[in-house]
Design a protein around this ligand. Structure first.
Ligand code: DX5
Ligand code: ZN
Length: 219
């Protein structure tokens, strides 16, 4: 895959929340593709972050794609709120939704791109009957809840299997958790094209060189 086909999505979970608008401006200027926004409810995952009002506040700061990762159960009652707050892609977890087909259709009916995320223990078969209703598949390569965790290598095989399922469909295959210069190439080789990175970008003083280094390592 050519380096310019790779999408880098910094996770603002690792940003300095006291300066969130400036942090989003900085990753935009540093050349990110998506802004990855981790929404946690303290129930589906053991951490709490923020909801639609915060997303609405940072929406005017950038024109980059808002890639909203909902780690909330239930998600369905709140999908419209996230759409109205400025999400471009809304991703729900397969494990948190017994009516995935309905949620995916609803997200698209709101004019947004629909994503499904799978925890590390969730097999890819859950995608089989809804794959024509998704725009993005998000493979968790850590157990969701926190930034800065170690990459779970078993997920490389899952990425490979999902890439085969996707075939020629125009679906982003995104990987989230523990992505670094050291492992990004292996995940690209398995077929992923979009990469969330929290710690690898925000722990670095210079966001542009961190993003460039990920792209270089991916290519
Ligand atoms: C984890 C989140 C991730 C996380 C990635 O629950 O979904 O987006 O912030 O951070 P790193 O790259 O530090 O693992
Ligand atoms: Zn995420």
């Amino acid at each position: 895959m050519a380096a310019n086909d790779i999408k880098i999505a910094p996770s603002i979970l690792s940003a300095d929340f006291s300066r969130l608008g400036d942090e989003v401006r900085a990753i935009d200027a540093a050349g990110c593709d998506y802004v990855h926004i981790d929404v946690m409810d303290g129930h589906f995952v053991p951490n709490l972050t923020f909801g639609p009002p915060v997303i609405k506040c940072i929406r005017p700061v950038t024109e980059k794609v808002f890639d909203v990762h909902l780690m909330i159960d239930p998600a369905q009652p709140y999908l419209r709120d996230y759409a109205e707050a400025g999400a471009d892609i809304i991703t729900v977890h397969a494990e948190a939704d017994p009516h995935l087909d309905r949620s995916l259709q609803f997200i698209r009916s709101l004019g947004k791109k629909a994503g499904i995320s799978l925890n590390p223990s969730t097999p890819e078969q859950v995608l089989e009957f809804v794959i024509d209703k998704v725009d993005l598949i998000l493979v968790m390569s850590v157990n969701p809840g926190f930034g800065g965790q170690s990459f779970i290598t078993s997920q490389i095989d899952k990425v490979r299997r999902i890439r085969a399922m996707i075939g020629e469909r125009p679906i982003d295959l995104e990987v989230d958790g523990g992505i670094s210069e050291k492992n990004i190439k292996a995940v690209v080789s398995a077929g992923a094209n979009a990469f969330v990175a929290g710690n690898a970008i925000f722990s670095h003083g210079d966001y542009k060189s961190a993003i460039d280094a990920l792209r270089a390592a991916a290519g």
